[in-house]
Design a protein around this ligand. Structure first.
Ligand SMILES: C[S@@+](CC[C@H](N)C(=O)[O-])C[C@H]1O[C@@H](n2cnc3c(N)ncnc32)[C@H](O)[C@@H]1O
Length: 273
């Protein structure tokens, strides 16, 4: 097993979550929910999440800091005038969801959540009942072109106007080619003035512990690929990368609201010129 630029774990290539709830197998969305202190998880999710914590006790802090980055970056876009957001790999509803953050600035701003785990759809529907500006869809970032053409998305999002697309803590679940294809599709389909918000797990801040932490996903339907700063920076090719560039999540424009200690993820925000 290597923590270089190779896959960590031995998994088949194109796994996707089952359409069933399957409380017997851990799900990335529910593992992450556990780290964030949520209640939408089952014993196998908690066992996988605890494996990561025993390998590196700062993992829940890394999840919280990632969430805080997402909120800082979304607020930046909202303040820059963006009124449409597509959050891909959105996860289970947590504190400070994208629609809650953007609606602080404009209650009419529109948000589409997309996740390939149907569990997210079930929870999202309950949260968003009666919300006319926000919706949640089941979809995979590997089908990004098709997703952007879905009528349910187009009902809320006008692609001729700037959009902020979030790929936060999700690209590490797909291969190099799939990740590159997704960011390329985002760039080619969005209007000038659009934003790409991205975070990504890395081995570079914790080279000794990364392989053990990566085993967390062994029993899930997903697999993880930790990447280095250079690989993450390549996703911004063609984008104007905002200061401070690709940086460890808590160091990306810190506002003092989190512990600022973990080095498990990189973050960056790009603007389409
Ligand atoms: C670690 S959570 C991140 C949640 C949220 N983006 C955040 O950063 O707070 C990763 C989410 O990505 C979803 N996911 C994994 N692979 C995906 C794919 N290929 N397409 C869409 N969603 C995916 C998982 O179901 C999970 O909900």
């Amino acid at each position: 097993m290597t923590t270089g630029n190779a896959w960590i774990g031995e998994r088949s290539d194109d796994r996707r979550p089952s359409a069933d709830l399957r409380p017997d197998i851990p799900h990335p969305a529910r593992i992450y929910d556990y780290w964030l202190g949520g209640k939408d998880n089952f014993p196998p999710d908690r066992a996988a999440a605890e494996h990561a914590i025993s390998a590196s006790p700062d993992i829940p802090a890394a999840a919280r800091e990632n969430r805080a980055f997402l909120q800082r970056a979304v607020r930046l876009c909202a303040r820059a005038g963006i009124r449409q957001f597509i959050d891909i790999g959105s996860g289970l509803p947590a504190r400070g969801n994208v629609h809650e953050v953007v609606h602080e600035t404009d209650p009419d701003a529109r948000v589409v959540y997309i996740d390939n785990d149907p569990i997210v759809l079930a929870h999202g529907r309950a949260l968003l009942a009666n919300n006319r500006t926000t919706t949640v869809l089941t979809g995979d970032l590997r089908d990004l072109d098709e997703l952007l053409d879905r009528p349910e998305l187009r009902r809320l999002i006008d692609l001729s106007q700037p959009v902020a697309v979030l790929l936060v803590a999700v690209l590490h679940f797909v291969s190099d080619e799939e990740a590159r294809a997704a960011v390329k599709a985002v760039h080619s389909r969005l209007a000038p003035g659009s934003y790409l918000l991205l975070s990504h797990s890395t081995f570079e801040g914790n080279p000794q512990r990364a392989a053990e932490v990566a085993k967390t996903w062994d029993k899930t339907d997903s697999r993880i690929k930790l990447r280095g700063r250079a690989a993450v920076a390549e996703y911004f090719e063609g984008w104007e990368l905002l200061e401070p560039g690709v940086e460890f999540v808590p160091l990306w424009r810190p506002d003092g609201s989190t512990e600022n200690t973990t080095r498990w993820m990189y973050a960056g925000v790009g603007r389409r010129a």
